[in-house]
Design a protein around this ligand. Structure first.
Ligand code: 4AD
Ligand code: MG
Length: 429
């Protein structure tokens, strides 16, 4: 049985065999230091000339960056090393000596790294980010499972738009036109009427001509939908959810956060409840600070950042004007110009991580809104049906996985938070 780097602590003083790649190598004449990686972690193997066979010494010498091999050795505790352990190598069995590896330890330009994304993900930094992404996903599943939500999988090929028609990805569905899903929400509303509390997690697609550090063309969204839940409770679920995920990552990914040099004190602060500000108050605040923005306009990244800077936790911006939000959002009974919605803005300038709302549950109003948004009502018959057969107040939200991971990791750009980013002008690799 092979051991992994993450398990060596269980084998102190014993001989283990591992499958590994060479991340880096240093040599000081009679000793070679092999930086090993195996996906579970990184650790140092030490090859001492006097203690190994001439073949093992020569094999170690031949190893190039990213060569693959089996390595046997004794596990030793080593407080000076990052992993806390070191391997005294006794044998090496080469699988392949890698060709000249394009990603060296020097600095590379972003486009070069993106062209080599299939290899770039092997680096310690990328391994840390992808491992935190995994923890966010696992934490998310646990949160909803503990609260009795059903996971429901909406389709990816759809006949209708959920989030406006401007950024749809068109595709051919035999003789019909179809779109790649922008959001599973409409289907999750149907599922909530069947199962009560549901959530989906899947890829969503937006043909957005935005080249910013927050936009992906293909991103993953978590979309809970809850029957009998209104605006206020929807916000409670969101702040609990985000606090839970952050705590989950803090508990499991300390070494990774450290590798990313993340200031964890900022994350430790993320505990519900979160502050709230209405759209009206946010506009006033921005105007006071000299931003050129009028009531009725949507916020851009600089506006979101200016608002987020006032708080050390994520902040909800609530009650946006109906005209700049999606057709399905329920008007505020006290002021129908605005809707019962909220965007959650992450701290430190990471922007909107959640969009959510209470949904219109009245048939006539929903039909009217469809028409106002130039939607072909006949294509939404199934969605309108939900308001004919036992309609109930219901709410939900969508959390963008990559923006959330970017914020938790403290990475500048969302392109590093998804294994193979699809960006404007990038479909390769
Ligand atoms: O605010 P959005 O568009 O909301 C919806 O799609 C709703 N149907 C969700 C729901 O209520 N079920 O998107 C939700 C989140 C955003 O807050 C953002 O985090 C992320 O999805 N997102 C993107 N992430 C990366 N790249 C993009 N192009 C994104 N567009 C949205
Ligand atoms: Mg939004």
């Amino acid at each position: 049985m092979l051991t992994t780097i993450s398990q060596v602590g269980d084998h102190i003083g014993k001989e283990v065999k591992m499958g590994a790649w060479l991340f880096n190598k240093r040599s000081s004449g009679k000793i070679q230091f092999l930086q090993l990686r195996d996906g579970t972690g990184f650790m140092q193997g030490v090859v001492v000339k006097q203690e190994v066979s001439p073949e093992t010494w020569d094999d170690a010498k031949k190893l190039t960056q990213e060569s693959s091999f089996y390595v046997t050795g004794m596990v030793r505790e080593e407080p000076r090393s990052k992993s806390g352990y070191e391997l005294t190598v006794t044998g090496i069995q080469i699988i392949q000596l890698a060709e000249d590896y394009p990603i060296t330890l020097k600095e590379h330009g972003v486009e070069f790294l993106m062209d080599h994304r299939h290899l770039w993900i092997r680096s310690p930094r990328q391994q840390a980010i992808l491992s935190i992404r995994n923890a966010v996903i696992q934490g998310m599943y646990r949160f909803f499972d503990e609260r009795g939500f059903y996971k429901v999988d909406p389709p990816i090929l759809t006949p209708t738009a959920a989030e406006g028609t401007t950024n749809l990805f068109h595709t051919q569905y035999f003789d019909e036109e179809a779109y790649l899903s922008q959001s599973g929400q409409l289907y999750m509303e149907a599922a909530a009427m069947a199962l009560g509390k549901v959530y989906s997690f899947g890829p969503t697609f937006r043909a957005e001509k935005s080249k910013t550090r927050r936009h992906l063309i293909e991103f993953w969204m978590i979309e809970p939908e809850m029957a009998f839940v209104e605006h206020e409770e929807n916000l409670k679920v969101q702040e609990e959810f985000v606090s839970y995920i952050v705590a989950y990552v803090l508990e499991r990914c300390r070494p990774e956060l450290e590798r990313l040099q993340r200031d964890v004190s900022k994350l430790e602060n993320v505990v519900a409840p979160f502050p709230r500000i209405t759209y009206d108050d946010a506009i006033e605040l921005l105007q006071k600070e000299g931003h050129e923005i009028k009531w009725g306009e949507d916020f851009g990244a600089p506006h979101e950042t200016a608002i987020a800077e006032k708080y050390d936790k994520p902040v909800f911006i609530t009650h946006y004007p109906a005209e700049i939000k999606a057709f399905y959002m329920k008007p505020d009974p006290g002021n129908p110009q605005v809707v019962l919605c909220a965007d959650m803005i992450a701290p430190e300038g990471y922007g909107e991580i959640i969009g959510g709302s209470q949904r219109i549950d009245d048939l006539a109003l929903l039909e009217q809104r469809c028409k106002e948004h130039d939607l072909d009502v006949s294509a939404y018959q199934w969605y309108l049906d939900l308001r004919k057969y036992g309609t109930v107040p219901h709410s939900g939200f969508g959390l963008g996985l990559e923006r959330t991971v970017a914020w938790i990791c403290g990475t500048e750009h969302v392109r590093e938070t998804i294994p193979f980013p699809r960006l404007l002008n990038r479909l390769y690799p």
